[in-house]
Design a protein around this ligand. Structure first.
Ligand code: ADE
Length: 225
């Protein structure tokens, strides 16, 4: 998989993409993540990428030409399955969307900026707008990092224990069951007996029961799906 990210503040992505599982997945060749600075595609000597909105509102808007030039250079080099724009207007990101994106070959993520992006770029290039929640961030970089993290960890081999991504919360629209590690008794608190018994069928039944109970209690909306 290849993910190209377009940003005016690429430094914001350095640490989220450069550590832990995401760094290992790139080193192992499971994913190639390339971050591009939109400023490199500016046409004037001040490398200007934003301008005031028509209509006199406050805030700055990403200008169409530098963004179009950045997108054109990528689209000329290879085919992309999705050109994503991170925006609070988009469809809400969730595990189903992460699963879907993890099966694609090449994707572009264009990070939003301050007031937004010239509408003509959205109309011309963007195939999907994704929001990570009903709140407004200063830019789309953190949203892009969230989306990329949720996708890359699903790539086969990205997580040490391959089964663990499948037992995540939300993977089957259920929250995860409670989990424990050693010691079996800690500060007077024990561990459910069934987990110590070693019977995989009983353990799976208990986990399923707990997942259902937790979901019904904490996120009943998930069961309506
Ligand atoms: N950019 C600003 N706010 C955002 C959000 N909630 N989701 C995605 N991109 C954003």
């Amino acid at each position: 998989m290849r993910i190209d990210i377009l940003s005016v503040v690429p430094e914001l992505l350095t640490s989220p993409l450069g550590e832990s599982i995401l760094a290992r997945a790139q080193k192992a060749g499971l994913v190639e993540i390339v971050v591009h600075n939109i400023r490199d595609f500016a046409t004037d000597r001040h490398r200007r990428v934003d301008d005031y909105p028509f209509g006199g509102e406050p805030g700055m808007v990403l200008m169409p030409e530098p963004v179009a030039r950045a997108l054109d250079s990528l689209l000329a080099a290879r085919t992309y399955d999705e050109v994503i724009y991170t925006s609070p207007d988009g469809v809400r990101h969730d595990q189903h969307e992460a699963n879907r994106l993890s099966l694609l070959g090449n994707i572009i993520i264009l990070c939003g900026h301050y007031k937004g992006l010239d509408q003509r770029i959205r109309d011309t290039y963007i195939t999907r707008e994704i929001s990570i929640g009903d709140y407004v961030l200063t830019g789309g970089e953190l949203a892009a990092a969230v989306i990329v993290d949720s996708v890359v960890r699903l790539l086969p081999g990205a997580i040490g224990d391959e089964a663990s991504a499948l037992t995540d919360s939300f993977q089957d629209d259920l929250l995860a069951p409670p989990i424990y590690t050693r010691p079996a008794e800690w500060r007077g608190l024990g561990v459910p007996e069934v987990l110590l018994g070693g019977n995989p069928v009983l353990i799976r039944d208990w986990q399923q029961e707990q997942a259902l109970e937790r979901t019904a209690r904490l996120r009943p909306d998930l069961l309506d799906k």
